[in-house]
Design a protein around this ligand. Structure first.
Ligand code: FRU
Length: 626
């Protein structure tokens, strides 16, 4: 009976999409049963454009990998309507080429909407996509990976899904830049394979050729992730590049490191050089701790020690480690810094970047702080997976992913979801006997300033001062720098960005509570989580492992303690880029990154000092652009 149904279902569609000489290009679509489809391409073009409907479940699309092996990708192929298309590259020289799709009904709209094309239009269509922050040309992005500076070029690899703007099919996407501002999008450097997804990791250049792939080969370390018999499996793998990071060959001996105790959360290797021992080390997140390994040949790694259990905000999943030495400003001293991205555990919910400062002797890391102390690299809700570039000498330069696993899938983007913070330079400073890590925008960012707009401001501020047109035509792409000394009697001093629809973003010093606050409660679209389908919620819950309150997980204010600033006079430097608000106080002693979705660009600026007169030392506004 079933057999009969399947035979009846075996509809053959022959779509002639163009003519090349005498033989037509063709796409045949066959449904051998009601959940399997074969797409047979002849004299094909370079891409098969696949229609995506974001809220559908994933169907399995079987493609041919580098060695002609079958690799499964998960695509939310359209069933009822099409949100956007993604390009599936069809390898040259493989004609005919057959793609198998499993788990999509023969009635799905996908079968009418598939197209062959020789190019894919990546021109910018998302309203909220940042204009001067890096984001992928299309698809989904989370963590920055394997960032490396070599021969004048910054390589930014990143967790990438080229087959949809939701998490899945982890590849390492690739962009490069000479100035940290203009990024060139390149094809993915590492693709999901039969060993699994290509999770986060790091890259180094092997100056001496210790790994045997030649001097100066770039070595990329990543985690292979797969669900095997219902259980998560993660192991560290190696790939090498001898063409300056454009293409990578996966090492035949992969995986190179599996957890001896069989833990299932074991990922995101960061490799670093430890000069006193003349050795490469690797730090890997292992559930709720970090593990150190070391190696002579960059392929075999021996366990050294672990740190983290019981430290910081807990108990939380450790992810995306980084480990480097930094000089303490104003002294000759140097300290080791461990970055630990944790999820969940953010003081405002979801994911955030924590750090520990301490000493390292090649064997163990000893933090300067007591176990209960938690320090944050950024006090916003949308700063995650911050890691630094390899090869930048004494500069600890890095990038974060601007989102939060709580709602990362639900943000109002389609074509390209996920952006990076501005490049930031980390520094160590001391305040009241404690050591902190600050993050300032890299000086290269100043090249974004296209025009300074004069602000007519009196030297003192009492109650409100509204500059109605100050931000008009800046298209939410600007930098605002205000330096002020609040009156000792004032309780709140700061400014508000707003638009004619009533969306507003107040940023102010709350002097009674000793905080700087960014309040996005009424900043524009804030309730997109409420419209989430059950499936979206299930996915987000799975990612964070905590219940989500869709009502106010986005609509909230974030704050940082003013006690880590010098006090008295404050410098507030704010970058707005469509949906990104990045704030730096006192040269980066405080950084705060939040997503905002104003329904129209903010056009008005209101400065305020309640109850007493404060002093404005300077206020500068720049239009920013590439
Ligand atoms: C952090 C993370 C990493 C993992 C990657 C998967 O955001 O969960 O631990 O490698 O994302 O995309």
């Amino acid at each position: 009976m079933n057999q009969l149904r399947f035979t009846l279902l075996s509809i053959l569609l022959l779509i002639v999409v163009g003519c090349q000489g005498s033989s037509p290009q063709s796409m045949e679509i066959l449904h051998p049963d009601d959940s399997t489809t074969l797409i047979k391409l002849q004299r094909h073009q370079y891409y098969l454009l696949a229609p995506i409907e974001e809220n559908q479940r994933e169907a399995t699309v079987v493609l041919l990998g580098e060695q002609n092996e079958e690799v499964e990708m998960d695509l939310r192929l359209a069933v009822d309507s099409v949100d956007y298309f993604v390009p599936i590259p069809i390898p040259r020289g493989k004609d005919p080429y057959t793609i198998k799709v499993v788990g999509l009904s023969p009635k799905a709209i996908t079968w009418q909407r598939l197209q062959l094309a020789d190019s894919f239009d990546t021109s910018h269509r998302d309203y909220y996509r940042p204009s001067y922050h890096h984001s992928p040309a299309y698809g989904w992005m989370n963590d920055p990976n394997g960032m490396i500076y070599k021969d004048g070029v910054y390589h930014l690899y990143y967790q990438y899904n080229p087959y949809g703007s939701r998490w899945g099919n982890m590849h390492w996407g690739h962009s490069r830049s000479r100035d940290l501002i203009h990024w060139e999008h390149l094809p993915p450097a590492l693709a999901r394979d039969t060993m699994g997804h290509i999770f986060s990791g790091s890259a180094i250049f092997d100056r001496e050729g210790r790994a045997g792939f030649g001097k100066n080969a770039i070595l990329a370390y990543y985690t292979a992730h797969k669900i095997r018999e219902g259980k998560q499996w993660q192991a560290q793998c190696l790939a090498y590049s001898t063409d300056d990071g454009l293409s990578y060959t996966k090492y035949k001996g992969n995986p190179i490191l599996t957890p001896s105790d069989g833990i299932s959360d074991f990922r995101d290797p960061k490799v670093f050089w430890y000069e006193p021992n003349d050795r490469w080390y690797m730090i890997v997140s292992a559930d709720k701790e970090m593990r150190f390994f070391r190696s002579e040949d960059l392929k075999r790694w021996e366990y050294v020690s672990a740190f983290g259990e019981g430290y910081g905000a807990r108990p939380n999943q450790f992810e995306c480690p980084d480990f480097f030495e930094l000089p303490l400003e104003g002294s000759g001293e140097k300290k080791w810094v461990m970055l630990v991205n944790i999820n969940p555990g953010c003081p405002f919910g979801g994911s955030a970047t924590e750090y520990f400062v301490g000493t390292f002797d090649g064997e163990t890391f000893v933090p300067d702080t007591e176990p209960e102390v938690a320090r944050w690299l950024d006090f916003g809700k949308d700063h995650y997976a911050f890691v630094t570039f390899h090869g930048t000498g004494s500069r600890a330069l890095g990038l974060a992913w601007i989102s939060n696993w709580q709602y990362a899938h639900l943000t109002p983007f389609k074509q390209s979801r996920g952006a990076n913070s501005l490049p930031r330079e980390l520094f160590l400073f001391r305040q009241e006997g404690r050591t902190y890590v600050g993050a300032r925008p890299a000086k290269e960012v100043e090249a974004l300033r296209k025009e300074e707009r004069k602000l007519a401001l009196p030297p003192t501020l009492h109650t409100d001062l509204t500059l109605s047109d100050a931000l008009r035509d800046l298209d939410d792409s600007f930098e605002l720098e205000v330096e002020l000394t609040p009156s000792p009697k004032a309780s709140r001093v700061g400014f508000v960005l707003s638009n004619e629809l009533g969306d507003e973003l107040p940023i102010y010093l709350d002097l009674e509570k000793g905080r700087i606050v960014m309040d996005r409660t009424r900043s524009g679209l804030v309730d997109f989580g409420l419209h989430a389908t059950p499936h979206e919620r299930e996915r987000a819950d799975w990612r964070t492992g905590e219940g989500i309150n869709y009502q106010n997980d986005f609509a909230l204010a974030t704050w940082a303690p003013l006690g880590i600033c010098r006090g008295g006079r404050y410098q507030l430097r704010l970058f707005i880029d469509r949906s990104v608000a990045e704030l730096f106080v006192d040269g980066g002693r405080i950084a705060m990154t939040n997503l905002v979705f104003p329904r129209k660009p903010y056009s008005q600026l209101r400065l305020f000092s309640d109850s007493a007169t404060s002093t404005i030392h300077s206020a500068r506004l720049y239009r920013l652009g590439l």
